[in-house]
Ligand binder design. Sequence first.
Ligand SMILES: Cc1cc2nc3c(=O)[nH]c(=O)nc-3n(C[C@H](O)[C@H](O)[C@H](O)COP(=O)(O)O)c2cc1C
Length: 389
Amino acid sequence: MPVFGDYQLEIYLKALAGVLPAWPVDFATLEQRAGAALAPDVLNYLQGGCGDEFTQRRNAEAFQSWGMVPRMMVDCANTDLSVSLLGMTWRSPLFMCPVGINGICTQDGHGDLAAARAAALTGVPLCQSTLANDMLEVVRPALGDTPGMFQLYTPKNQELAESLVRRAEAAGFKALVVTLDTWVTGWRPRDLNAGNFPQLRGHVLMNYFGDPVFRGMLAKPPEEDGAAAVRQWAATFGKVLTWDDMPWLRSLTKLPLILKGICHPDDARRGIDLGADAIYCSTHGGRQANGGIAAIDMLPDVVAACGDVPVLFDSGVRSGSDIVKALALGAAAVGVGRPYCYGLALGGAAGAAHVLKSLLAEADLLMAVNGYPTVGAVRAAGARKRSLF
Ligand SMILES: Cc1cc2nc3c(=O)[nH]c(=O)nc-3n(C[C@H](O)[C@H](O)[C@H](O)COP(=O)(O)O)c2cc1C
């Protein structure tokens, strides 16, 4: 299996020939550089979160209070990061979270395609958002052989939801992720102060504008009356889902069904009992609810409630060691959001691929040094909460 840590040697060897990495390998410098490259409105939307961004900060900071104990004299010459998940085999447990602003993270307005190409370049799966500048039918082929999942924002209109899911299945996405925490938008001061909500400016709505059911809801097609199409989108965007909707959600697809935004063990159990194939523990990167507990601190209880059912995780992952800690706490797969978007902003598909390769190299090298040759060994080792001083 691939040795992701080799990316380190590649960087050092290129530097001997005078070629330094085009983009930083650490999150702090990456964020700083992307901040200088992005238009202020896009940066605020991407970088910002809910309220005073306490939960967003805690998501990342809380990783510091978890640690792993290294083991010696273990043969880690060939680490294997591959995982089997919901009928798929991934080269590593890392995936790209759905980010509904990918489309405008690149200057050409085709960031969704760039993210898909980064997936094809690295083998890191992409979870494609409903919100996109390129239709899902175009994004899917750009993934090549790398698996893709489709994330559904469930619209109020049932036929539209069914149409989106049918299209995602037909395009070849391998799982359906239903996001539960975003039927309404959280209070985001940075965007409010700038009066900026990209969707209301007509961005990232192509999966709606190209959908036959959505088009049937309009008096004139979006190409003729964009403002009316945006108003229709706003009117239909977010269905308030309750557990009573689970039989309907389950009936939408034969693909694995993943519930995103679950943080309470009872919700995890209930979702599984009602037919979910996997649970996705996430605080939406601190963008939806503020003041809550860091996602990584809620992960162990969710994992315990899920038994053998896989738990995907995101929120606050900023480094390879964060990835390994999340695995140690029981995540079956670990997602990053903002980090790869900063890569998109700086270098399109190649920039995002560099971010993913750096994260994987750090994770791989940490596993090798710590004596964990496989993801299974990481899980078996576990992580300990330590007191900070
Ligand atoms: C700008 C932005 C847009 C997002 N859009 C979506 C989306 O369309 N669908 C979704 O389920 N989650 C969305 N998310 C949440 C991510 O899927 C993920 O939960 C979060 O980014 C993980 O946190 P991180 O950014 O700290 O890695 C978005 C996040 C950001 C930062």
